[in-house]
Design a protein around this ligand. Structure first.
Ligand SMILES: *Cc1c(COP(=O)(O)O)cnc(C)c1O
Length: 408
């Protein structure tokens, strides 16, 4: 009997018959890799020569002085190649694609970060690459589309449904059904049918393994709490994985958007708007209406704007293994601003959600306590959104001038 990846009833693999054999093959190659000590070595060698692993654990001394509470550390996933933790997952899956002797990869992308990471991996390994992206997102995220295409990927705008991330996922599954023999679907987060939640979390566990070792070397003790933002849940699972057997409180922070009461957010676990359902091949908390239709979500951070969430985190919510909070768009911009001024690091808008909750709680903690915040990615990618959020008039003039130059 093949394990279908249930976490207290969450997860599973609700698949059309035609994909069952492909998933069985993936489960097998993943299990083999997991049981092969050479695989993890190959993976960490690759990540230390092609990306910036181990990523540093930065002591945020100025923020610590500012809040006068717990000692604040930042795990620097922003220093990965392509600017976020996404590299950990795509490079790992790339190694599995080689083992399966497949020649083509496909992926879904919303904000475009996972698309850029996958296109990068495909270029490095010599795979053909197609990225599915909702038409609305193609228009919103032109810089990332530009890079995917320069890296040699084909970007297909999806015109079905509401033309966003969930529609891109459906289209990628459709492609996979027709091209299973040659093609692997590089799912971008710890969601979807088994083995993706477990497998993506396993690749991302490199974050937590490093962080645990680094904090013990530096401080000689464990942190009291670890904070991470939660979109699909992969960076959170990554850092949490290092501390699952420790007396460490795990805190996941979702997109509170314009406030939980506004309905305009993407909080599946900590708002009362999420409910359990089955969609896109797995069972988890979704933002859906009573008929199971997916709701519109909102976040200032495009990477957190998703209707589902990792089934492993849904289970953590039920069992109390992790605590979930939300941060609003406004709080996120403030936390980001403070972090830039005090430490000279630029967290992504996604990552800044974790900072918001950490900053609320650090002052109430003892001075000898430690917290770690996972900085999942770098914020300079967000210049268009951030410049708008900061209402920067000179940036606006610059964009208008550029447009005029094109029109001239
Ligand atoms: C994609 C992304 C996220 C959200 O994805 P998770 O799977 O929840 O980690 C968070 N931060 C950054 C920088 C991202 O690019």
């Amino acid at each position: 009997m093949i394990d279908r990846g249930y976490y207290n009833g969450f997860g599973g693999a609700y698949l059309p018959e035609i994909l069952v054999a492909t998933f069985d093959e993936l489960v097998e190659v993943y299990q083999q890799a997991k049981n092969d000590p050479n695989f993890w070595k190959e993976y960490t060698d690759l990540m230390s020569t092609y990306s910036c692993r181990p990523t540093p654990l930065t002591f945020a001394g100025n923020l610590t002085d500012h809040f006068k509470g717990a000692r604040i550390y930042i795990k620097r996933e922003d220093l990965n190649h392509t600017g976020a933790h996404k590299a950990n997952n795509v490079m790992g899956q790339g190694l599995l694609v080689k083992r399966m002797k497949k020649t083509r990869v496909i992926a879904e992308t919303g904000a475009g970060q996972h698309g850029v990471a996958t296109a990068t991996m495909a270029a490095k390994f010599g795979f053909e690459c197609t990225i599915y992206m909702g038409e609305v997102d193609v228009e919103r995220q032109r810089p990332n589309v530009f890079w995917m295409e320069r890296l040699g990927a084909k970007v297909v705008p999806v015109t079905e449904g509401s033309r966003i991330l969930k529609d891109a996922i459906n289209e990628a599954f459709r492609d996979w059904v027709s091209n299973m023999d040659t093609t692997h679907y590089v799912l971008g987060t710890a969601c979807g049918p088994h083995p993706f939640p477990e497998m993506v979390s396993w690749f991302q566990s490199i974050i937590g393994k490093e962080a645990r070792k680094q904090i013990l070397e530096r401080e000689g003790k464990l942190p009291s709490r670890v904070y991470a933002c939660v979109g699909g849940g992969s960076n959170a699972m990554g850092i949490f994985s290092g501390f699952l057997d420790d007396p460490v409180e795990l805190v996941g922070v979702e997109a509170g958007g314009k406030g939980l009461a506004s309905g305009q957010h993407a909080s599946r676990l900590c708002s009362s708007d999420g409910s359990i359902g089955v969609a896109q091949g797995y069972k988890t908390y979704f933002l859906q209406n009573d008929d199971g239709q997916m709701k519109e979500t909102h976040s200032i951070a495009a990477g957190l704007d998703y209707v589902g969430v990792s089934p492993i985190l849904s289970n953590f919510k039920e069992t109390g293994k992790a605590r979930f909070e939300a941060a609003t768009d406004k709080e996120v911009v403030e936390a980001m601003s403070l972090t830039m001024h005090k430490e000279g690091v630029i967290p992504a808008l996604e990552s800044a959600h974790g900072f918001v909750t950490a900053f609320k709680e650090a002052p109430e903690m003892k001075k000898d306590e430690i917290i770690i915040i996972n900085q999942s990615g770098r914020g300079d990618k967000d210049i268009f959104t951030i410049a708008d959020a900061f209402n920067d008039p000179e940036w606006r003039d610059f964009i208008i001038k550029k447009a005029e130059e094109y029109n001239a």
